[in-house]
Structure formats: structure tokens, C-alpha cells
Design a protein around this ligand. Structure first.
Ligand code: NOS
Length: 324
């Protein structure tokens, strides 16, 4: 395992790869300010077993098999096994139906939650955990170790649809919808949290012209991504009538590296865990003192992204992806 470069931010990426996860992992690996010290895997875009396989495969593509992968939960925090898997977004293999050969590497013995707890206590306050999938592993880490929320430096979450429609249904965004109980545990845990919702990532569009630029570069990662991106493009064309793809996960990596690319508001976030609005994320902006005690009263404050410098984020993503 890579051992500490004091000038760099230590990242652990919790991921369900996933085409935009692949882009995000590559962006993190190619960012000079970042040292990726581990990947943890979760269901979401694919089942967890396939997420682990894809995480190992992506590290092999990038030549970074020194980075450990810890496998995460196969079910929700309430032991739900009827998972919502977004294979229609990313292809049956999660990586654009390319059917890559299996990786040579293996996940470490430790579970994702145990790995997160361990690393956070090894480097207290130093780790940025970027959560790109449902929040089950993070909620499990919180339950496993009461000191985790204090030990982990920062948690940057791709999740939620703040005051806009979701992408699973009008109420819910995919990562939160997949395990709303975990999401509510994490949002109310008191950890230092930044959340990037689809209200913001839907402004970060990677256009056809961007893809052509990527294709024209000789970079290894660029060439690899151009192979897998087709399925993601078709999905966006069918679902949103747009010629381009949303950079949910890469934008979140950049938020973790440089929050000043975004503007933020603060407040308590609660997640609806049942009923027709299951997965709904509601931010209380603390602008009004309510007469009654509410489910938001006295809950810890988190930061939620409000706007993004989208052209700069796309430019940075492009630069990183063409740099190897
Ligand atoms: O319609 C969808 N259903 C499920 N997952 C989606 C959809 N669109 C995008 N994503 C995936 O979920 C995260 C953002 O919510 C992203 O990781 C994206 O790849």
C-alpha cells in the first residue's frame, strides 16, 4: 500500500463502477493533489461482486494495482436484498458491455466498513472519503466504530436531489433511493459532510464535442473511456433527450479536491425512508425557527452544493483524463 505523502490529500473512494465511476477513479488517480489509499465497493450501478471486479480491473487499466480494494456490503443496512441495479445506465457489466477479461488482482480480506474504520483511525482527520454509490458501507462504518465520524476527515457524497426531481422517480436520486436508511444515518452522523446532488451535477455536461476531443487524444485512459462511454451516451439520449452525459461522479471527485469550484449552503439533511417519497432528501436551511420541534431540530449541519463552475469542472476532468 502507498504510504503517506504529506503534501497530498488521502482519498478513499467508495464506488459502484459504473461508467462515470470509472471516469471519477481515473480523475482521482491523475490528480497531483491526491493520493488514493483505497477503493471500497458497493452495489448500485452493478451488484457488489461485479463492482469489486470492476474496481480491480480499473486499477489494472490505470497501472495502479498497488491500491487495495475492499469489498462492501451485498445488501442494504436493513438487510434488504431486492436491490435496484442500474444496468440500463451502464450496461450489464457496468462498463459499457465490453466484457473485459477478469482482473488478476483480488480484494483484501477486510470488509469495506472494517477497512474504512481502520484507515480512519490510522490517519485521524486526514482522509477524504468520496462516496459515489449508496451509503451502506459508510453507515456500517459509523455503526462499527463510534469514533469513525470523528476520525474520518471529510465525507464527500454524490447523492440527493435537493429541491429538484430525482432520477429514479420524481422524489429520489439513485444513490439515496438505493439505501435511504443508510443515507439518513450518514447525513445525521455529525461527520464533516459535503453533499453534491443531481441538482448540481446535471449542470456538468460532457458533450459529444468533448468525447471527440477525448477520442482524438492518444492517452491510454482516454482511449479506454471512449470504448465504454457509448452505452452511457445512449442512455442519456433516451432518458433526457440530450447529446452528452452528466459527470456526476467526476464532478464529486473535483468537489472533494477543490470545494471552491462549487458554492455551498448549510443545514440539516433528513432522508425519507418509506412511502412514495422514499429516498427524498430534504435540507432544512435554518432560516426559520419553527414553533414545533421537528425531525431536523438539533441535527448536525452538513454542506450541500448549490452551484458549480461547470466549464472549469469539465476542463479539469478532460485534462486529467488525457494525462496518461
Ligand atoms: O436514471 C438513473 N437511474 C439510476 N442510476 C442513475 C440514473 N442516472 C444516473 N445514474 C447513476 O446514479 C448516480 C447519480 O444518481 C450516478 O453514479 C449515475 O451513474
Amino acid at each position: 500500500m502507498a504510504e503517506g505523502d504529506p503534501g497530498k490529500k488521502k482519498f478513499i473512494i467508495d464506488t459502484d463502477p459504473g461508467i462515470d465511476d470509472a471516469m471519477a477513479i481515473f480523475v482521482a488517480l491523475q490528480s497531483p493533489q491526491v493520493e488514493v489509499i483505497g477503493l471500497t465497493t458497493i452495489y448500485g450501478n452493478v451488484y457488489t461482486t461485479l463492482a469489486t471486479r470492476n474496481a480491480l480491473h480499473l486499477l489494472e487499466v490505470a497501472g495502479r494495482t498497488d491500491i487495495p480494494v475492499a469489498e462492501g456490503s451485498h445488501f442494504t443496512i436493513t438487510n434488504g436484498t431486492k436491490l435496484r441495479i442500474a444496468d440500463f445506465v451502464h450496461g450489464a457489466d457496468g462498463l459499457g458491455n465490453q466484457n473485459f477479461p477478469p482482473p488478476n488482482g483480488k480484494a483484501i480480506e477486510q470488509s469495506a466498513a472494517a477497512f474504512l474504520v481502520d484507515q480512519a483511525s490510522k490517519y485521524p482527520g486526514e482522509i477524504t472519503l468520496v462516496a459515489l454509490g449508496p451509503l451502506t458501507n459508510i453507515a456500517l462504518a459509523i455503526q462499527l466504530d463510534p469514533a469513525f465520524t470523528k476520525n474520518i476527515g471529510k465525507i464527500v457524497i454524490l447523492g440527493g436531489a435537493f429541491a429538484v426531481n430525482g432520477n429514479v422517480n420524481p422524489a429520489a436520486e439513485a444513490n439515496i433511493f438505493s439505501d435511504p436508511d443508510s443515507a439518513d444515518i450518514v447525513f445525521t452522523s455529525g461527520a464533516d459532510i459535503l453533499a453534491v446532488g443531481i441538482n448540481v451535477t446535471h449542470q456538468v455536461l460532457f458533450t459529444d464535442a468533448d468525447r471527440e476531443k477525448l477520442a482524438a487524444s492518444n492517452g491510454k485512459l482516454a482511449q479506454y473511456l471512449c470504448k465504454i462511454l457509448d452505452v452511457y451516451y445512449s442512455y442519456h439520449c433516451d432518458a433526457y433527450d440530450i447529446k452528452g452525459v452528466y459527470l456526476h461522479d467526476p464532478a464529486t471527485i473535483l468537489a472533494a479536491i477543490d470545494p471552491s469550484l462549487f458554492t455551498w449552503t448549510e443545514g440539516a439533511v433528513r432522508v425519507q425512508t418509506s412511502g412514495i417519497t422514499r429516498g427524498l432528501t430534504i435540507l432544512y436551511n435554518k432560516q426559520k425557527r419553527f414553533e414545533e420541534v421537528t425531525e431536523w431540530t438539533d441535527k448536525p449541519t452538513v454542506k450541500v452544493a448549490v452551484t458549480v463552475d461547470a466549464p472549469e469542472v469539465v476542463k479539469l476532468v478532460m485534462d486529467r483524463l488525457m494525462s496518461l
